[in-house]
Design a binder for this molecule. Structure first.
Ligand code: ATR
Length: 284
């Protein structure tokens, strides 16, 4: 009897023990009766490249990359997808037969699929507000603009970061007929109401609501926190209390970005609804 060789995948980060990715990919593999393993790898903070190389040498086929290594993964990749190039960050690595490394970023597609397919939100011609201008925000700008939104306003505590991020994407937005601008939270007082408000700040990790003026929100605003936790975030509570139409967090985005990574690795699109439903029913 010959040994069955199982393709190996993992998620690498620091910390990593609370990652839901092994459960998600385990469910995808089960659905498709796919022979693959998916583990967690805790990489020492200053040994990311060496830890990746070791996994690759052991025959690993691909990695998901999470905090704080997405920028380092971008640098490590020999070839990048368009979204990875634009985001300056990689969350999916593919180890090719010739030994080279392909880097993709599926976070933005994950967000768009969650908004449009799971929540049935129509993005075309919408006014969108993005809170934050760090790595998480940068990863969703291009995919949002591609949905033909009317305008994207980026607000950040450090105003200059928002202005730079908006300036970086101005040619891309202009080509699509969209407006893009960056500024401070205070500047939002003159910006009116938004159809979609996305929290891409790390404030939720600190239990803090970013200082967004109430005037941004009206009864038709959909509000989405890229973070998720066991309890609603401060942003979710605030939006709920202030009468948002919809309040959601990044659990669906997590499942959708995983599905896109799975597709890149395995060439098959898994069913995400059943996985999301399992989480909502209490799998953790
Ligand atoms: P990530 O990769 O998670 O985006 P990051 O690049 O460090 O991490 O960016 C964190 C983002 O959250 C930034 O936009 C940051 O604002 P600054 O650029 O001014 O630092 C934002 N942020 C963090 N804590 C915040 C808080 N308490 N209130 C508002 N914004 C906050």
């Amino acid at each position: 009897m010959s040994n069955v060789v199982i393709d190996q995948y993992a998620v690498i980060g620091n910390p990593i023990e609370h990652s839901k990715s092994p459960i998600i990919h385990g469910m995808f593999a089960q659905q498709t009766e796919d022979a693959m393993s998916y583990d967690t790898i805790l990489s020492p903070i200053d040994e990311f490249a060496a830890t990746v190389a070791e996994f690759q040498q052991q025959g690993g086929k691909g990695l998901n990359v999470t905090v704080p290594f997405k920028e380092q993964a971008w640098e490590l990749a020999d070839e990048l997808s368009d979204y990875a190039q634009a985001a300056g960050a990689v969350n999916t690595l593919v180890f090719k037969e010739d030994g080279s490394i392909y880097g993709a970023n599926t976070d933005g597609i994950g967000l768009i699929r969650d908004l449009t397919a799971n929540y049935n939100i129509e993005l075309q011609d919408k006014r969108v507000l993005l809170l934050g201008a760090g790595g998480a925000a940068k990863g969703v700008v291009q995919p949002l603009l591609e949905q033909k939104i009317k305008c994207l306003i980026i607000a950040n505590r450090t105003k200059e970061r928002a202005e730079t991020l908006a300036a970086d994407f101005t040619p891309f937005a202009t080509n699509l007929g969209a407006e893009i601008r960056g500024g401070s939270y205070n500047d939002l007082r003159e910006q009116g109401q938004f159809d979609l408000i996305i929290n891409a700040t790390a404030a939720s990790l600190q239990g803090i609501m970013p200082p967004m003026p109430e005037s941004c929100l009206y009864e038709k605003s959909d509000c989405y926190d890229l973070m998720y936790g066991n309890r609603p975030t401060a942003f979710e509570y605030w939006c709920e209390d202030n009468g948002a139409a919809l309040v959601a967090n990044g659990l669906g985005m997590l499942v959708e970005q995983a599905a896109e990574s799975y597709f890149i690795w395995r060439g098959r699109q898994p069913d995400t609804k059943s996985v999301l439903n399992s989480f909502l029913a209490g799998v953790s």
